[in-house]
Design a protein. Structure first.
Length: 246
């Protein structure tokens, strides 16, 4: 573990650039995750608003624009680098993409002037602690329109040391498989290890990543008012959950 992940460290533009360059290797079953998130959003009949919190380089936002041609996608992120990438990746759909620089833990963005048919987020909420997650889920309940959906794809915290070890090993193996499939060698896996990206394999504390257990998050989402809370996919410590606003 590098000193860079000390107690004062925050997400940087360097992290954004690394994720844009290496995300295709580092995220387990990335294409399947994107397809699953899209499939969890109910059909849209007429204009609608979709929100992606922490849109990253914009792959999911682009998929939503393509899947829901009547929707406006609001893509939020802390990183100007990520927002610029998302806008570029939207291509011919860019007129329906609204980008906004924000901080996930802040409150100023949580009272939009629209109701969202869906709020989705991937690999972001684990940067909040438990209390912040609970507050976020409550605020998202107010943003999502009745009949709409909240989809959370994120890291989760295993409850036992054995679970941590399994998640660490599975994540390493997923990156190895992806590197071999795309490049025929393990250079990308070596970069993954050098970047100390595998949260479950870290030797010490990490100030950025604060995943909560799967069960806690399901309970908090339900306590916020959502119903039909469910888990749809899980691998290497990553999970996709969804819930409906009644």
């Amino acid at each position: 573990m590098t000193d860079e992940r000390g107690p004062e460290r925050d997400w940087s533009e360097g992290d954004s650039r690394l994720f844009i360059d290496e995300g295709r290797y580092f995220v387990p079953e990335r294409e399947l995750q994107i397809e699953t998130i899209g499939a969890l959003i109910p059909p849209i009949d007429g204009p609608a608003h979709l929100v992606e919190l922490c849109c990253g380089e914009g792959l999911l936002s682009r998929a939503l624009l393509e899947r829901f041609p009547q929707a406006t996608v609001h893509a939020y992120d802390l990183s100007p680098t990520m927002l610029a990438s998302a806008k570029a990746k939207a291509g011919d759909h860019a007129a329906r993409l609204v980008t906004c620089e924000f901080r996930l833990e802040a409150a100023d963005w949580r009272r939009p002037d629209f109701s969202a048919h869906a709020v989705v987020t991937s690999l972001a909420v684990h940067h909040l602690d438990g209390a912040q997650k609970q507050a976020l889920f409550c605020d998202l309940f107010d943003i999502v329109a009745p009949g709409g959906v909240f989809v959370l794809a994120d890291l989760v915290a295993p409850t036992r040391a054995a679970g941590v070890a399994i998640a660490a090993d599975m994540w390493d193996e997923a990156v190895k498989e992806r590197a071999l499939a795309l490049d025929g060698n393990l250079a990308a896996f070596q970069r993954f290890r050098e970047a100390d990206w595998n949260f479950y394999a870290m030797a010490g504390p990490d100030s950025i990543d604060k995943p909560s257990t799967l069960l806690d998050q399901l309970r908090w989402i339900e306590a916020a008012g959502f119903r039909n809370v469910d888990v749809h996919w899980m691998k290497a410590g990553h999970a996709i959950m969804s819930a409906l606003r009644p």
